[in-house]
Design a protein around this ligand. Structure first.
Ligand code: MRU
Length: 351
């Protein structure tokens, strides 16, 4: 069963709720984000995370940011919407879904600018709820395409968390796995623990085990071992931003995994909704990569493990060149051998 990763309960005076993912798997706690500052902090600290979930969260963050604005001039209200969108956009730079959702909220405010401020506020809430509903539908459609790549008895390797906790339903990379399991196929998943923040061991293993799917946790540096022994049929990961040529940014470590999969001739798939494509950029070289605090690398669960004063690099994402990607699974179908031509051929079909 999907978990209520990000949700809105009630009308304009209702509550914006997320699962605090920093506490999982030891504590399952749903928190209310009542102010835009709380929403910004929740995104920045990865209480809510994963590209599609960040898109949904961005929409609701705008609503909490503007709903208590007291003026009555729609033009001044639109300026306030813009201010809040710019602020939310400073929370995390790489997942394009966040910016895609902010642009939808901006456009929504523009479309309704001739109406009263309360009517524009209501339209913004409706738009954010629509982004949520669409994401649920996208996960199901993506899962229906992904399951065709999975045979009974398949061994699948995944990295980070691209499951229900990263979306509004049952994920992108995990969508095919959950669909296969629901259809009665036997699947076994190797889960990379995903240092430094352990989204694999804390979140993906938790989700898969809750669903009753056979799960084997490995440290990131064990992926080569299992691939070299022929124990993996395919690799599926999520994505945070995909350039027009198919180059894909995803959680740090994905690129190394793709190189290993290529070396061992194991198919390497990326699963992502169309909203994760950034066709304005030509290649992965243009994708902004989030750099995070050194303490995420030097410390584990609040305990310092590295010598004081050591230099640290902590990029949260890397870019996998399109040549290493067997296919990108979207809600519209699978882009085999992604490049400029195959990406635009599929995305051109969008209605
Ligand atoms: O830093 P995170 O946890 O937000 O990174 C998440 C990932 O890299 C996911 O693989 C990606 O967002 C796809 S989620 C469906």
């Amino acid at each position: 069963m999907p978990v209520p990763t990000v949700d809105w309960v009630g009308g304009l005076d209702g509550s914006f709720k997320v699962i605090d993912q920093t506490l999982l798997p030891t504590r399952y706690e749903i928190i209310d984000l009542d102010t835009v500052e709380q929403a910004w902090e929740a995104i920045r600290k990865l209480r809510v995370r994963g590209a599609p979930a960040l898109g949904v969260a961005a929409g609701f963050s705008v609503v909490v940011g503007v709903r208590n604005w007291t003026g009555s001039d729609p033009e001044k209200f639109l300026a306030e919407v813009e201010r809040v969108c710019l602020y939310i956009g400073t929370s995390r730079p790489t997942a394009v879904n966040l910016f895609w959702a902010l642009d939808r909220m901006r456009r929504c405010a523009q479309i309704h600018r001739a109406q009263s401020v309360p009517a524009i506020k209501q339209a913004l809430l409706d738009e954010a709820k629509l982004i949520l509903a669409e994401d649920k539908d996208i996960c199901r459609r993506l899962g229906a395409h992904a399951v065709k790549l999975i045979h009974d008895g398949a061994h699948i390797l995944t990295h980070c968390n691209a499951g229900g906790l990263a979306t509004a339903d049952f994920g992108t990379a995990l969508a095919g796995i959950f669909t296969a399991h629901e259809a009665g196929l036997s699947v076994h998943v190797y889960v990379d623990e995903t240092r430094p923040l352990l989204q694999g061991s804390r979140l993906t293993a938790w989700e898969l085990m809750n669903a009753g799917i056979e799960t084997t946790l490995i440290c990131d540096n064990m992926a080569g071992f299992v691939l070299s022994r022929g124990e993996v049929d395919l690799v599926i990961t999520g994505a945070d931003r995909i350039a027009a040529n198919g180059d894909t940014a995803n959680k740090i470590g994905t690129y190394g995994l793709a190189v290993l999969a290529c070396h061992h001739r194991v198919p390497f798939y990326v699963a992502a909704p169309v909203s994760t494509f950034d066709l304005a950029i030509r290649s992965g070289a243009e994708i902004p990569i989030e750099q995070r605090a050194a303490s995420e690398v030097t410390d584990l669960c609040g305990v310092r493990l590295a010598p004081e004063g050591v230099g640290v690099l902590n990029p949260a994402f890397d870019v996998t060149p399109h040549e290493l990607i067997t296919g990108i699974i979207t809600e519209l179908g699978v882009i085999s051998h992604p490049d400029v031509a195959t990406v635009s051929a599929l995305l051109g079909k969008r209605s």
